[in-house]
Every structure is written in C-alpha cells, then in structure tokens.
Unconditional design. Structure first.
Length: 463
C-alpha cells in the first residue's frame, strides 16, 4: 500500500497503488467488504473468497480496529486476504467510531458514481460506524450476521444457582426459552453496535430463524431478511481441512492429551468488574490445581485485568509450576485454534463467536456470562451459561460438564444450528436482488415503487 489520503486527524488512509484508476474501469457492481476485528476477518474471509471465485469485483477495506499480527495480520495471511484500503483508525472507542465514519465516507465518495455493495459484519464498532457512513451516502449495506440480540434468563434461574443446585436440573431449566427476555446491553459495546447497524441494512443476513424473528419484530422489511446460517461454518471447513498441518501440539504437547478446558475471559463487562473477573479467574485456578489441563488464551483486555487486579505474576507462576496449565497470547493462525478446540472436553468462554464454534464442532461450551447473544445454542443444549456470581457456581458447572459423561455426550450430540455453504448463499442473494433493484430505497416513493412508474418525473437534487 503506497498511496495515501490525508484526513483531518493528522493521519492517513492507506490505499493500494493505482486502486482508484482500476475502479474507474470496472463496469459491474463493486462488492466492498469491511473487515475490522479477528472474528470478522475469520467470518468475512469466506465471503471474500467466494466473491473472487465468482469473478465479482471485490474491494476489501480494513478499518484498522485490530491491527496486530496475532489479531489480524496472521489470519489475513492464512486466508490469503490483502486489504485494498486500510482506514488506520486508532484511539478510544468514540474516536474509532468517528474516524471510521469520516474515513470510510471519504473513500466511498471517491467511488460514489459506481454501484457499490458494502458488507458489514455483525456487532463490531466498524459495522456500526461503517453502516452510518454508508447510510449518510444513501448506500444500503448487506449486514452479515444480522439480528444478534442478547437474551437473558429469568431472575429465578439465578436465584436457583445461589442455593444448592444440580447442574443437570439447571441445564434443563435454562434450555427453556420461556421468560427469557431481550434488552441487555451486554456484551458492551457489541449489543449497541449490532442494533445500531440494523437500520443501515438493505439486506439482513440472519444466522438463524431466531435472529430473523428479532428483526421482523423490530419492523424491518421481511422480504429483505434472509436466514442463511453463519459464515463461521465456512471458516471452520477451511480450517478443518488444514488441521493436520498445525504444529501447535509440538509447541504445547499437553494440549493434545485431552481432559482440556480452554478459557477465554475478555468481555468488557467481565474485565471491568473485579468481582466478576475474580469469580471466573479463581474457578480456572481451582481447575489447574485439580490437575485438569487448562489453556488460558489471554487477549489485550485479559492482560489489562491481570495487571489491574494484581494477578499477572500469579498467572505466570502458575504456568511455571503446573505443566497442565498453558498461558498464551492469542494465536495468529485460525487452524491452530480449531485444532486445539477439537481436543477440548469443554470450552469456557465469554466470547460470542466461540459459542457458534462449540455448537458446530460438537464441543460442550460453558458461557461465562449472565446471558447470551447466541441464546439458540443454549436452548438447543450445546452450550450452558455459568454466570460470574461466585467462583463455586462457575467451577461446579464446568466440572460437571467435564466429568459427567452423560451430560457431556448429550451436549456434544446436539443439532448443528448454523447451516452450510453460507457465503455462497449470501453472494447469490445479493446478486439476485441488486440485478433488479437498489439495495437501499431510502424514501417512501422509492420503497413503494412509485418512482418507477411512467408518470413519475425523473431527476432531482443530488446532495
């Protein structure tokens, strides 16, 4: 990338050489795919590869939200993705949001005379801000992984856990969707991001029927909501074909032994609360002391919490003392991640995407939250919630899932929820719609089809 666009914040947008010259020559609609964070690089990669396979013009724009080797560059290389433009956003959350709106707007204005189809992903800051930039330019987005809405079980469920409880009985109680409610702002800021992204969409690609129902209930046009599955299944298929090439067990041989629980604690609501973080961390420490094989994948937010709460040195000492404990930063290769997940007896996480991976891989998942933005996986029974109320609650649930062979087997065998050939479906739907009509009909005379009538006077003010 050796061209630059100056922006007002004394920074630059990186642009591949001769890109805008090439864009001028393109006659077909241009598919503009936004990537930003590790999860959406993983999930947008199959879409990018499918578009290229079908010889569609593709422009990949990286916001720069995740930019390190472990979180971004390693996976770009693994999937063979080279961004055409990097917005190079930096700073705090509100700074990133404003920079994405401004910088993406600048880029889109440069190609505004072309027909463009922007794809945003899920619940990221880039999806929200990218959607706003597109909306401001009257460009509707194709929202991948649309309709994620956190649902929370009734208070009675948590009251039950505060007393002597049986995990199997709790598992059955929590699977019942009756009285589960929407409205939580957790995960923060992802729930705001996904809700705020929806109004910018001309196409909503819902992973499940539950997601589609959420969108319909919120008043979005039913004809533009498509239940296609989740592109994580395409990424998993990509990685599983390469699992034998992984060298991760040479580096960490203990992970291949089984009896393994993979921990990931990084959500802002868990990190920012001393009590919540300690409840989860202490449960992990007990498992290490009980000689369960434990892998802690530590993200930037995890490291911040370990430092703030005085646990960094303790964690390092645990890793030195206990051969059954691996303490590692995020791995740059998705294939290594999946190779290890397949060896897990249970995965304990506050991640969103991992809840889909556990269901698809058939590995029991313990969700380290009070609720879930993939509640269908709890209703199905492939995942179970372990709320960070007390160490004893979290520990009891994880151990039961690990040690109760009947429960573990039942969770493994649950129906796969997230479809097949998802990227192919999305490309087919997008092409079918855009061949006939605009992706986004902002005003009522457009939406009602009046502007296509013979009596309607053409022209107007472009602003």
């Amino acid at each position: 990338m050796n061209e630059k666009i100056e922006v007002k914040e004394n920074s630059e947008i990186s642009v591949r050489k001769n890109l805008f010259k090439e864009v001028k020559e393109i006659k077909k609609p241009i598919h503009v795919v936004l990537i930003a964070t590790k999860p959406d690089i993983i999930k947008q990669a199959p879409l990018i590869l499918e578009l290229k396979k079908e010889n569609e013009p593709v422009l990949v724009i990286h916001s720069g939200q995740h930019h390190s080797w472990n979180l971004s560059k390693g996976m770009e290389e693994e999937f063979g993705i080279v961004p055409d433009i990097n917005l190079n956003v930096k700073g705090k959350l509100f700074e990133q949001q404003s920079q994405i709106i401004n910088r993406l707007g600048i880029v889109l204005e440069k190609i505004e005379k072309k027909v463009i189809i922007p794809y945003t992903y899920g619940d990221t800051t880039t999806a929200l801000a990218g959607g706003i930039a597109c909306f401001a330019l009257k460009k509707g987005v194709a929202h991948v992984e649309a309709g994620l809405r956190t649902m929370t079980p009734p208070k009675e469920i948590f009251d039950y856990l505060m007393n002597q409880f049986e995990v199997e009985e709790y598992y059955e109680k929590a699977k019942n969707p009756v009285w589960w409610t929407k409205g939580s702002y957790e995960p923060y800021p992802e729930q705001f991001d996904t809700r705020g992204s929806a109004p910018s969409a001309g196409i909503h690609f819902a992973p499940t029927e539950l997601n589609a129902k959420h969108l319909e209930a919120e008043g979005y046009e039913k004809e533009r909501i498509f239940t296609v599955g989740n592109p994580i299944v395409d990424a998993l298929e990509f990685a599983e074909k390469r699992v034998k090439e992984s060298s991760i067990f040479e580096k960490y041989p203990v992970l291949e032994e089984g009896n393994l629980v993979r921990f990931c604690i990084h959500r802002r609501e868990n990190i920012s609360s001393n009590h919540r973080f300690k409840a989860l961390y202490d449960s992990m420490v007990e498992l290490i002391k009980e000689e369960k094989n434990v892998l802690l994948i530590s993200l930037g937010a995890t490291e911040k919490a370990l430092q703030e709460y005085g646990l960094k040195k303790k964690t390092e000492e645990l890793a030195k003392k206990h051969k059954n404990f691996v303490y590692s930063p995020v791995w740059p290769q998705y294939t290594d991640v999946i190779a290890t997940m397949k060896k897990c007896t249970v995965i304990a996480t506050d991640s969103g995407s991992i809840q889909e991976e556990t269901n698809t891989l058939g590995v029991p998942g313990v969700i380290l939250r009070f609720n879930s933005d993939r509640p269908e996986s709890v209703f199905e029974g492939s995942n179970i919630i372990a709320p960070p109320i007390k160490k004893e609650i979290v520990l009891k649930i994880i151990k039961e899932v690990m040690e109760n062979k009947k429960l573990n087997k039942e969770m493994k065998s649950k129906k796969k929820l997230y479809g097949k050939d998802v990227s192919k479906k999305m490309v087919s739907i997008t092409k079918r719609i855009t061949e006939k009509e605009e992706l986004f009909e902002l005003f009522e005379h457009e939406r009602l089809g009046l502007s296509k009538k013979d009596f309607w006077k053409k022209g107007g003010i472009d602003w």
